[in-house]
Structure formats: structure tokens, C-alpha cells
Design a protein around this ligand. Sequence first.
Ligand SMILES: Cc1cc2nc3c(=O)[nH]c(=O)nc-3n(C[C@H](O)[C@H](O)[C@H](O)COP(=O)(O)OP(=O)(O)OC[C@H]3O[C@@H](n4cnc5c(N)ncnc54)[C@H](O)[C@@H]3O)c2cc1C
Length: 408
Amino acid sequence: MRKILIVGAGQSGLQLALTLREHDYDVTVMSARSPEEIRRGRVMSTQAMFHSALQSERDHGLNLWEADTVRIEGLGLSIAGPDGGRALDWFAPLDHYAQSVDQRVKMAGWAELFEERGGKLILHGVTTADLNGLVDLYDLVVVAAGKGELVGLFDRDAARSPYTVPQRALSLAYVHGLAPRPEHPTAPGVRFNIIPGVGELFMIPAYTLSGNCDILFFEGIPGGPLDCWDDHPKPAEHLRRILDLIERFLPWEYERCAKVELTDDHATLAGGYTPVVRRPVGNLPAGGAVLGMADVVVANDPITGQGSNNAAKCATSYLASILEHGDKPFDQEWMQATFDRYWASAHDVTVWTNALLQPPPPHVQQILGAAQANPAVARRFVNGFDDPSDFQDWFLDPEKAAAYLATA
Ligand SMILES: Cc1cc2nc3c(=O)[nH]c(=O)nc-3n(C[C@H](O)[C@H](O)[C@H](O)COP(=O)(O)OP(=O)(O)OC[C@H]3O[C@@H](n4cnc5c(N)ncnc54)[C@H](O)[C@@H]3O)c2cc1C
């Protein structure tokens, strides 16, 4: 039986581990934290996931919280105008619902499920020195450790990484008590509010330790008024600051916040990271090689809410590559080919996400404006979050955008 070690108990590592257990593999996951520590820890993400990524979980019986989790039926976009008004404001349905299950709930539950399904879970924060020895004990070592220190093993791919510093200051709070948007009281949706030159506020229906909730998630342009978290405020002050910023920049959303309260004591998060693509093969000082996965190799800014989706798609793609390889050695050539297969879809997400971090060029402004009057345009934009490859055919190219708008 082939032995596979996966370092990191997140979306990608646990999904790959659980799905490998359906086949004849001896799978070990090394996790820096126990399921209980994950559950009792701080929130990590907003983790909104769209249909095809959710389907990849359903296909393997990993959708343990689907029935309880609020269904995200669509996505609304608003652009703040002068005097507290909205220059644009529209909502379009998703063809299939999205969902967001707090990673504290999901990863803790999946880690326990992995053990129930015969996997070995070892609690250990893995170092490069550990990996030097571990590569000799396994047929394949996959590093799925997110943005942790092990990324240092994987060289940055400069040609695919246009940024060298974080593009947004991130700050979020999980809350109960958010009132629905009065225009769509019965259709829970992600609200994508753009404050030109300042940043974005996403409001995302989600499921957490205490049931359904909403996430208030600011992405602030560095140096601007939303970039104000360096003092790491305590949770109550963190929420108060988020609400003050909503009142100042997005008063129509503030009206919904009168009764919000934090879901728990660990429901806030602030920080930032540089979007980056790395080379997939990590060469160890002692000579062995490990394969990087998901955020380790492709970490995009969360402005498009794609990282967990990518992690799920990476798990599906790597599983197929492992199964198809049979008993042949998992050498560096195979590792590169395995990543290249995943990159075919991750490329489209990366290009689109990096584009959205920039001020919208004229053709994007035209698209977003046309969506206000034309539901077909709005629907195409919204459903691109499930399949970002579609944006290559219209959104990202001025000529293609003009051709599409002329016929839409
Ligand atoms: C604020 C924010 C909002 C986001 N919103 C969304 C969204 O709405 N939709 C979306 O799709 N994506 C979103 N993302 C991105 C998404 O959370 C990540 O892309 C996704 O979790 C990556 O999965 P992963 O498996 O690569 O890594 P992770 O989920 O980060 O898992 C890595 C695991 O490895 C463990 N680990 C790290 N180092 C070690 C070590 N040395 N030894 C052992 N274990 C280790 C960590 O503790 C962690 O459990 C968001 C991210 C942030 C920061």
C-alpha cells in the first residue's frame, strides 16, 4: 500500500486525505492543531464556496453541514457614490447556491472524520528539518500548510506574481443579528460593496459554531482609512470599528447593523498577505522533494473569494493525478505535471483576482454599469464566481467585453 503524508489540516489537505482514503492508500495528516484547538481557535477565513467546489465535497460525502447552512442565493454589487448614496446597486441570482461553513467547524469535523475513516492524524507542527527525514518514510509528501512558514521551501514564480506587497488590509467579524437587505429580504446573498479608492466591504451569510450568522469583511486599500488594524483591537473594539467604518462609507448597510453582536470571543480577524504563485516542488536541504498544494503554491487575495474553492479544486485535481500514476514513483517530473494540471484552472482565477485588485478600467466600469440595466450581464458576472474561466471570454479583455455588451 502506498504511503502518503499530507502536512496541514485545512481545506486542501483534509479534502485530499479524505478522498485518498476511499482508495488503497495509507494516508497520514500532520496538523499543527487538534480538532478541539481548531474549534476553540480564531476564525480564519470567510470561506464562501461556490457550486462546483461544493459539489466536489458532496461527491465524497464531505458536505456534513450542508442541510444546516444558509444558502447563498445570489450576489449583489453596490458602488458607493457621493453623499452616502449608491452610484450602482444590483443583485443577481446564482444558478446554484453557494455556502460558507466556518473553517473552525469544517476542519475540526473533517479531521475527526478522517480518523473515523482510518486515516492517521498526528498533531505536530512540521519543520523543514522534520521533512528531511519524513520524505524517506513516505512515497509522497504533500505540503498543504496554507500560508505558514513552510512556504519558504517553494520559490516564488516572479513571472506569475505581479505583487510584492499585500494589496489589501483585511479585517472581519462574524456576527449574529444582521437584518436582511430590505430590497431582497428572503434571498440571502453575498453583498459586494465597493468604495472607490478606499476598498470593499463583503457581507457573507455563513454557518459557524453557534449556527447561521453573517460575516462583515472589509478589504482596505493599504494606507487608506480601512487600513487601521495594526493595533490589533480586542474583539468588542474590533467590531465597533468595523461598524463605524460601515456607517461612514456605506450608510445603507449600516442600517442593517443595529442589532449585530459577535458570534463568539474568537470571531474577529485582521491581517494581510501578498498574492503569490510559487513553484510546486520544494527541494529539501537533505536532497528530497515535496509537492506544494493550494495556498502554498497559489495564494490569491480573497477579494474574489476563491482560495477555498481553489483548494477544493486542487484536492480534486491532485487526487486524479495520484490515482492515475498508479505504482510509478512520485518524482519531480510528476510533481511539476501535477501542478501544471491544477494551474490550468488556477491561472484563470489568479488573473481575474489580480485584475480586480486594480482600479476598474473603463470596460469593467461599462460592464458593471450595464449589469444594472441588463439582468443577463449581471447574471453572467455573478456566476463567474463559480467558474472564473468564463471571465477570459469577456470580462478581462476590452474588445471581447465590447463585443459581448453589443449583443447581450
Ligand atoms: C480573510 C480571508 C477571507 C477569505 N475568504 C475566502 C472566501 O470567501 N472564499 C474562498 O474560497 N476563500 C477565502 N479565503 C481563502 C481561503 O481561506 C484559503 O485560500 C484556503 O483556506 C486555503 O486552503 P489551504 O488548504 O491551502 O490552507 P489552509 O486552509 O490555510 O490550511 C492550512 C493548514 O495547515 C496548518 N499548518 C500550517 N503550517 C503547518 C505546519 N508547519 N505543520 C502542520 N500544520 C501546519 C494550518 O494550521 C492549517 O490548518 C479567505 C482568506 C482570508 C485570509
